[in-house]
Design a protein around this ligand. Structure first.
Ligand code: ADP
Ligand code: X15
Length: 405
């Protein structure tokens, strides 16, 4: 399948182009802890500037709920972008107001401006198509945009104003990051060399549980770690203490377990977990069987924060015996050293895949780098977790469809 690419927009010299990037980076105390998504955005930004376009960059960061919240400001990202581009990046403190208009009108050909977090405006993520369209129109008018480039691969599964409506309203095309992501992910959907394993973890549990039903018929093995493992354990009748649990998904998960059996797909669930007294690096913690989470000294307030060592070894064996592996979502709370070992074991196994090993997702990519792995040890590091998963399940994604995919 094809998608509209940059050349379809013709010459952009002197034109104002809005580019949607996914600059949703992890931050700690206002410091960017992994700038992978910023780096991944550079080629398209540089290509637009080289043509003499006036480049207005837009993105979200985190999940603020339609109003400004200082901790989700993109200001630190403007600084990092400027360092990496080796050029000034004007930062507008709003998206559709005076600051955005001034930053855009001050742009010279080949110059860059970054607008504040799109999700500070309720129109961006509204369920109401008219509200999204109005916000997109306000954005276009604030910066007097002539064209739109979509390059935030991590958000192409979201029907949001800056992903969908902007593309409808302006001459639009995909950027180089989206093109290169599709090139690799296509190999996973069309001709995955078998055995094909998908490893799931992370904390966006309800988003990710949703893809499993469609993924099952496509894979040989599914490995479940991270926050979602507890909903699987609960579906098997085990107590999970104070761990992350989506109670209303237990019946759905039971359905997945039955469907997997029917299809002959193996779902590998953890047999042991690391349980902690509280959420913190200094928490007391112990390894216990997945069936006895509430039988540690922490009782029903025990929190499962990582897969245990037996599970890590079992997951590593499956990964290394597969020829195609896609992994999204850390196995545990890797940001806290005592709960990083499961993620480390899965990452190490992925570097040893005899075939294509792909890591997807902002936090998953950040995790492998934080644990000392380098990008070239993996077949591909995708900037999108949820987006890749939905792509792999064969769903038509709104942010791609609108670009002719
Ligand atoms: N057992 C767990 N309990 C709570 N949080 C978890 C657990 N396992 C992993 N996580 C958290 O999941 C987060 C990443 O999830 P997610 O955003 O879904 O991944 P990605 O960005 O790679 O798609 C990490 O911050 C990690 O601490
Ligand atoms: O971090 C992201 O996705 P990911 O965690 O699935 O990789 C993207 O920036 C999308 O963010 P969202 O899931 O809040 O829409």
């Amino acid at each position: 399948m094809t998608i509209r690419t940059l050349d379809s927009l013709g010459s952009l010299a002197g034109k104002t182009v809005i580019i949607r990037c996914d600059l949703n980076v992890p931050l700690k105390d206002g410091i960017i802890t992994d700038d992978g998504r910023v780096r991944a955005s550079l080629p398209t930004l540089q290509a637009l500037a080289a043509q003499g376009a006036r480049v207005v960059i837009v993105s979200h960061l985190g999940r603020p709920e339609g109003k400004p919240e200082a901790k989700y400001s993109l200001a630190p990202v403007a600084e990092r972008l400027s360092e990496l581009l080796g050029a000034p990046v004007a930062f507008a403190t709003d998206t559709v107001g005076e600051s955005a208009a001034a930053a855009a009108s001050d742009l010279s050909d080949g110059g860059f401006a970054l607008l504040e977090n799109l999700r500070f405006n309720a129109g961006e993520t509204s369920k109401d198509a008219d509200a999204r369209r109005t916000f997109a129109e306000q954005l276009i008018s604030a910066v007097s945009a002539d064209a739109f480039v979509s390059d935030g691969f991590g958000v192409v599964h979201r029907k949001q104003a800056s992903v969908f409506e902007l593309a409808e309203l302006l001459p639009s095309a995909a950027g180089l990051l989206i093109e290169s992501e599709l090139h690799v992910l296509d190999q996973l959907t069309e001709t995955p060399t078998r055995p094909y394993a998908v490893v799931l973890g992370g904390s966006k549990v309800s988003d990710k549980l949703g893809v499993i039903g469609h993924l099952l018929p496509k894979v040989d093995t599914l490995l479940i770690g991270g926050g979602m493992l507890f909903t699987f354990l609960a579906a098997q009748g085990f107590q999970v203490g104070a761990s992350l649990l989506e109670k209303d998904q237990i019946e759905t998960v039971k359905g997945y377990l039955a469907k997997a059996k029917e299809l002959g797909v193996t779902i590998v669930l953890p047999t042991d977990v690391v349980v902690a007294s509280k959420f913190g690096a200094d928490a007391e913690h112990t390894v216990t069987s997945a069936e006895t989470i509430e039988e540690t000294p922490f009782g029903a307030s025990g929190l499962g924060l990582d897969i245990g060592p037996d599970t890590s070894a079992a997951f590593a064996a499956v990964i290394e015996a597969s020829h195609t592996v896609f992994w999204n979502g850390p196995m545990g709370v890797f940001e806290l050293a005592p709960f990083a070992e499961g993620t480390r074991a899965v990452a190490a196994a992925l570097t040893r895949v005899d075939g294509l090993g792909v890591v997807g997702g902002g936090d998953s990519a950040a995790a492998v780098r934080a644990l000392g792995f380098t990008d070239d040890q993996f077949g591909h590091i995708s900037t999108g977790g949820g987006a890749s998963l939905e792509f792999l399940e064969g769903k038509r994604l709104p942010g791609l469809e609108v670009l002719g995919w």
